[in-house]
Design a protein around this ligand. Structure first.
Ligand code: CAA
Length: 285
């Protein structure tokens, strides 16, 4: 099956990034969020990224305009998904919400439509189980910032077919991404490794072993990471990080995944990283 029309649910950091990348690859994309102000913010992010690419001579102005013309922002779910080949959800990381979304999509979309979830680590099989097309649901885990990061984890749920997998792999390759195949497991491959590392950095900070800037400098200069773990936590969002760690802890039942109490406290305080202006660093200036 050939994919031409795509809908992306969620116009946040991930949803807008996914929309941009697919529209740039030539797909027609409907980007849907619950409120017009979220849609407008997502569209503004995409416009800003394209304008920067034009200013740096990496994209022709006409090509940027063509990319934008392929994107349609909307709050109307039915209108967004009525005739698409693929829906990618990038809504909040709560299983009950994702299941409700897929149940609704199952009613609204034609039988051919494939479903993908950009979840950071929740069970693809559990989402697929509430639909009548579990063979057509897959995990498509993009990395932040989506326009820059090469990798996408392509996750097979219990019933995902080869046809669904191959179709989605072709979409990602056309979009210039490098998919890796992952069999479903909590946190998949990357977050299973990455999030405990960031969590450990938070323990190191909380225990007073080293200051935040020094922890980050140490990992950049001593392990060749492009940015330090605490700066990365701020980029990912501390709430998202906490949800991933809680999922690993709950599902795998091992203490090594226990979220650092400081992380929990910061999330409770609303210090979520870049998106809220404060995290391990202050972004308000
Ligand atoms: N959106 C779009 N483009 C962006 C961007 C963003 N948010 N941030 C940077 N860029 C672009 C810049 O425009 C620039 O493009 P050009 O080269 O075409 O001019 C390029 O990226 C490099 O940017 P900078 O020179 O400003 O900055 P940098 O050299 O520090 O690189 C970075 C930025 C690539 C993001 C780098 O800091 C990095 O690799 N960070 C680590 C990212 C990472 O690990 N992400 C995974 C997070 S985990 C996750 O997402 C999974 C999960 O489920 C939790």
């Amino acid at each position: 099956m050939e994919i031409n029309k795509v809908a992306v649910l969620g116009a946040g950091i991930m949803g807008a990034g996914i929309t941009q990348v697919l529209a740039r690859a030539g797909y027609t994309v409907a980007m849907r969020d619950l409120e017009q102000r979220f849609v407008d913010k997502g569209l503004a992010t995409i416009r800003g990224n394209l304008e920067r690419a034009v200013a740096r001579g990496k994209l022709e102005a006409a090509a940027a305009a063509a990319v934008l013309a392929r994107v349609r922002g909307t709050v109307d779910l039915k209108d967004a998904v009525a005739d698409v080949d693929l829906v990618i959800e990038a809504v909040v990381e709560v299983m009950a919400i994702k299941q409700a979304v897929f149940q609704e999509l199952d009613q609204l979309c034609p039988p051919r439509t494939l479903f993908a979830s950009n979840t950071s680590g929740l069970s693809i099989t559990e989402m697929a189980a509430v639909t009548k097309r579990p063979q057509q649901l897959i995990g498509m885990h993009f990395f932040n910032p989506v326009p820059v990061m090469q990798l996408v984890e392509l996750i097979r749920g219990f019933e995902t077919t080869d046809e669904t997998f191959d179709c989605c792999r072709a979409v990602l390759e056309k979009a210039g991404k490098t998919p890796v195949e992952v069999r479903e497991a909590p946190g998949f491959a990357v977050n299973r490794i990455l999030c405990p590392m960031i969590n450990e950095a938070i323990f190191v900070l909380a225990e007073g072993v080293a200051a935040a800037a020094d922890i980050d400098r140490a990992m950049m200069l001593g392990a060749n990471h492009p940015i330090g773990p605490l700066a990365l936590a701020d980029m990912v969002g501390l709430d998202t990080l906490l949800l991933v760690l809680e999922g690993l802890h709950r599902e795998l039942g091992e203490d090594k995944y226990r979220p650092a109490p400081l992380l929990r406290k910061m999330v409770r305080a609303g210090h979520l990283g870049r998106k809220s202006g404060r995290g391990f660093y202050d972004y308000r200036k």
